[in-house]
Design a protein around this ligand. Structure first.
Ligand SMILES: *Cc1c(COP(=O)(O)O)cnc(C)c1O
Length: 228
């Protein structure tokens, strides 16, 4: 169902469905459900809380070939665990967190792929860099610059979570804003990887794909309502 919708969204704007990475968000779902989606072919799974993720990651095992994405806010003191457990961190929202992840990535001798989470709506309850006004982008670029220099992190692009709307069309301006920000950063920092735009969830991933998402994060539309 979600795969068909991805196909129809990519077709509607002349994109290829292979260019969209589907992260199945398993937060609040029991281990059995996690195994079900893996058996159904999921390769990328997302979790918001490191404590919840640790047993799931352990039980699915290395051999599963699953790539685990941290998509929730990470407290700096949990950075070590996150670095040890996850293959990607999509929710890097402060310089302090970036520094800590870099330090632990260095200890582990890995280069950790990250996304910079941006708040493009101005909604106060959302984490992420202040990015809702274009007037702030220059300052934002200045804040990103030192992160791009960190040796054990590789910045692959941006992530956002717009406010929830019953009508997905209302998310469109925020997706466009994130894409525009990405274009701006590409000009400021050519030669860095700004390829990924992680945007779109169960309610609005089709609109996100039309606006250039390369990563969508879908939970309930695949797994049903969460327990927690
Ligand atoms: C929970 C969550 C999702 C998935 O939400 P659904 O509406 O269940 O698809 C995606 N991204 C983030 C950051 C989340 O916290």
């Amino acid at each position: 169902m979600v795969r068909e919708q991805v196909l129809s969204a990519t077709n509607s704007v002349g994109r290829k469905s292979e260019d969209i990475r589907l992260i199945v968000v398993t937060k609040g779902q029991p281990y059995e459900k996690v195994m079900e989606v893996i058996e159904a072919g999921a390769k990328f799974l997302g979790e918001n809380y490191v404590e919840e993720a640790i047993p799931k990651i352990a039980e699915t095992g290395e051999a599963s070939g699953i790539e685990w994405h941290m998509i929730g806010h990470v407290q700096s003191r949990k950075a070590r665990k996150v670095c040890e457990q996850f293959d990607w961190v999509q929710s890097v929202d402060s310089l302090r967190l970036a520094h800590r992840l870099n330090r632990f990535a260095k200890e582990l001798e890995i280069k950790l792929p990250i996304l910079l989470e941006c708040n493009v709506s101005g909604e106060e309850s959302k984490f992420g860099w202040r990015a809702w006004s274009e007037l702030e982008w220059e300052q934002l670029a200045g804040e990103f610059a030192p992160i791009l220099e960190l040796e054990n992190l590789s910045v692959h692009g941006l992530m956002t979570m717009p406010p929830f709307f019953a009508n997905p069309e209302n998310s469109r301006p925020f997706f466009i804003r994130l894409r525009n920000l990405r274009e701006y950063l590409k000009l400021q920092f050519p030669g860095f990887g700004w390829k990924e735009l992680s945007m779109g969830m169960s309610a609005d991933f089709m609109v996100a794909i039309q606006e250039g998402a390369t990563i969508i994060r879908v939970g309930t539309a695949i797994l049903g309502e969460r327990k927690i």
